[in-house]
Design a binder for this molecule. Sequence first.
Ligand code: MG
Length: 370
Amino acid sequence: MLKIIRITVWRLELALAKPYFLSGGRLRVDSLDATYVRLDTDEGLSGWGEGTPWGHTYVPAHGPGIRAGIETMAPSILGQDPCKPGVVERAMNLCLPGHLYAKGPVIMAVLDLASQISGLAMTGLIGGAFPGSTPVASSISTDTPQGMLANIQSYRERGYHAHSVKVGSDIEGDIARIRHLETHRRPDELIFYDVNRAWTRSQAISVMNAVSDLQVVFEQPCETLDDCLAVRRLTRQPISIDERLDTLADMTRIAVEGIGEIVNIKLNRVGGLLNAARIRDLALANGMKIAVMATGGSVLADTEAAILAQTIPPEHRFATWACQDMITVDPAPGQGSRSVDGTLTAPGQSGLGITPDRERLGEPVAFYEG
Ligand code: MG
């Protein structure tokens, strides 16, 4: 049996190209705290993982918490067979309940190893790849309607056809943003309006009904699933659930109660590819569309998202996102899934196919053996 004998952890600060505002401007992000994990086996193979929350104000996920979680879970990971990812996941769950975001990078690295050992592509470990590439959605920070359109235009020039537009400010301002951008939306473009939980129930109902003549998607209009359900009952446009989808129980509730028609699976938030694949299957069984995104991070996290997106039938794929386009640091130049003409495709070969540049990572911050 192959064994994981060493865990090495690095920390890297990923500066954004420009400050980023969402949720009506109440959340500002300047840089991301990224954790990279390498698992080594007794036969000399290495698997890589990344965990990068979108700052620490966005969802309950904390960069230093990933590293603290790995320290706590290290004894439950060491000695495990990487060809049994579910067994490793269960060992981590028994060692540290919850803290899904700390487990995501470990699961990525375990699946990287399992893929290299089996010769199957990573998509093959979670159901297999469907054809086609996934449209990458730009991420349009809250601004004036004109400023947001100019930002969309800059992405159009790079081949983007999908745009995640951040709203969630005052009612009149948001209505003006949506009207302006829909007036200038190209026929082949997908624009969805991401509120990032900012609206109250009454604000959501007011804005969505004020633009009920437009068939546009609203993402995570309010804070909780209860809020979104209340909004669902009094509005008509499709709703996508993002920040309040963490667990299989959340996904079950969203599907059974009809809270949304689309879900956005953020891989780090749901604890990595295994949980994400289970959530995907529940969403598919309930006829929903699925967006897949890294929570943040570099090309490793984007490649993980591309892998899950590739396993979704094309008619159910909504969009993905490439954080690599927003950061100024690239730990693995030229490697992994890259945003090409506004699309992302999973690697076809076995393994994640990424070995970060050690000089760019610097010295490890932790090291566990056993
Ligand atoms: Mg979102």
